[in-house]
Every structure is written in structure tokens, then in C-alpha cells.
Design a protein around this ligand. Structure first.
Ligand code: GRF
Length: 206
């Protein structure tokens, strides 16, 4: 079977995108081929650092800037979908894509679209997750990969990686340690998902 075509949507530096692309370009732990291949890295920000990194890795890139759409989310989403279809995308990975997507877009891609969120969902949906976990006095924190459904940061959980919160942690130190786990978790989930396996992946810090 030919590999599934995976598009990755970014808005910034794209470190999760890099970990996903690398994982698809390398054999698996047992030497097996990946069931996915990167077909496109798409950014809504023309200056996103991840675009250069994708080009260096030999992946086609595109920009669909949201600003000319002047708040017309449906028109922006139609442009996104058109670009994804043009590349034959079969799976869409959101990786630091900082636009809220409406039901219009989500319903078209539902079941094929994943997101990574920096908290142990269902805790701390939305922004500032690390600061909120610290303020709440949590003993642990982490990240979640989930299928995207119309409600923000909801959808079936496909994997979680957890780590202890340390005395003296700041939102920045915690974010840095969670990001290391994001780079392990997202590729592990995508490897399974591309092969048609939705069994969740659970990781803890090594
Ligand atoms: C990550 O923390 C991700 O969880 C969040 O945005 C950040 C993206 O970082 N949604 P990068 O662009 O992948 O480096």
C-alpha cells in the first residue's frame, strides 16, 4: 500500500513539524517503513521559521495567509482545504497552528486531523497551559495528541506523555520539558494513526 500523504499545518518555528517529518523519513524502531509521507508543510504566517526548515528537509511548502481574508474564516478555510486537496493530503497534523478552525473546516477533515496540545487533556484546554498547571499546584503535566473535533481541544485522545512538575519550575522551564515530550509523542502517535491504528500511546519521561 502506498504511504498516506500527510500535511502539517504550522504558524511558527515548527519544532513539532520537524520531529514529524524526520520520523516519516526514517525507518521505525523495528526497521519498518512508515505508513505516512510528508506531502506539504503549510503556514498561515509567511514568516514562519518552520517553512525554511521544511524546505531543507525536502518537503513542499505553502503559505495561506489569513490576513487578506479579513476575518472571513470560511473563505480562509476553503483556501486551506483547496491547497490540502491539491497536494492530495489524506492526514492533516496541526503542529502549533495558531488559528481556530470552525466546524466548516473540521467536519471536512474530521477523522483525518490530529492536534498536539501542551497539557494532559481534559485539563487545561486553551492557552497558558504551563502557567495554569503550576498555579493549580499540579504534581504532573504533559501533552496530548487528539483527533480534532469542532470543540476546542476536545476529540478522542490518541496519546499522552506525562512528566513530573519539579520544585522551582517556571512556565518556561516546564514548557521546555513538555516540548521534549511533544517531540516523542506526536511521531509515535502519527506512526500508529497512519497505519490505521487509533489505540492511544501513553509515554512517561525516560
Ligand atoms: C507547542 O507547544 C504545541 O504544543 C503548541 O504550540 C507549540 C508549537 O511549537 N500547540 P512548534 O512550532 O512545534 O515548535
Amino acid at each position: 500500500m502506498s504511504p498516506k500523504r500527510v500535511a502539517i499545518l504550522i504558524s511558527g518555528g515548527g519544532s513539532n513539524m520537524v520531529s514529524l517529518v524526520r520520523s516519516m523519513q526514517e525507518p521505525g524502531p523495528g526497521g519498518e517503513a512508515h505508513a505516512g509521507m510528508p506531502c506539504l508543510v503549510l503556514s498561515n504566517q509567511p514568516g514562519a521559521g518552520g517553512l525554511e526548515r521544511a524546505k531543507e528537509m525536502g518537503v513542499p511548502t505553502a503559505v495561506v495567509d489569513h490576513r487578506p481574508f479579513k476575518g472571513d474564516r470560511v473563505a480562509f478555510e476553503d483556501a486551506l482545504s483547496a491547497r490540502l486537496h491539491f497536494e492530495g493530503a489524506e492526514i492533516v497534523c496541526l503542529a502549533g497552528f495558531m488559528r481556530i478552525l470552525t466546524t466548516h473546516f473540521v467536519s471536512e477533515w474530521q477523522g483525518k486531523m490530529l492536534n498536539i496540545h501542551p497539557s494532559l487533556l481534559p485539563k487545561y484546554r486553551g492557552l497558558h497551559t504551563h502557567a495554569r498547571a503550576l498555579e493549580a499546584g499540579e504534581a504532573e503535566h504533559g501533552c496530548t495528541v487528539h483527533e480534532v473535533t469542532p470543540e476546542l481541544d476536545e476529540g478522542p485522545i490518541l496519546g499522552q506523555a506525562r512528566l513530573p512538575i519539579l520544585a522551582g519550575d517556571t512556565p518556561e522551564s516546564l514548557a521546555a520539558r513538555v516540548l521534549v515530550q511533544e517531540h516523542r509523542l506526536y511521531p509515535a502517535v502519527l506512526r500508529r494513526f497512519a497505519a490505521g491504528d487509533r489505540e492511544p500511546v501513553f509515554l512517561s519521561q525516560d
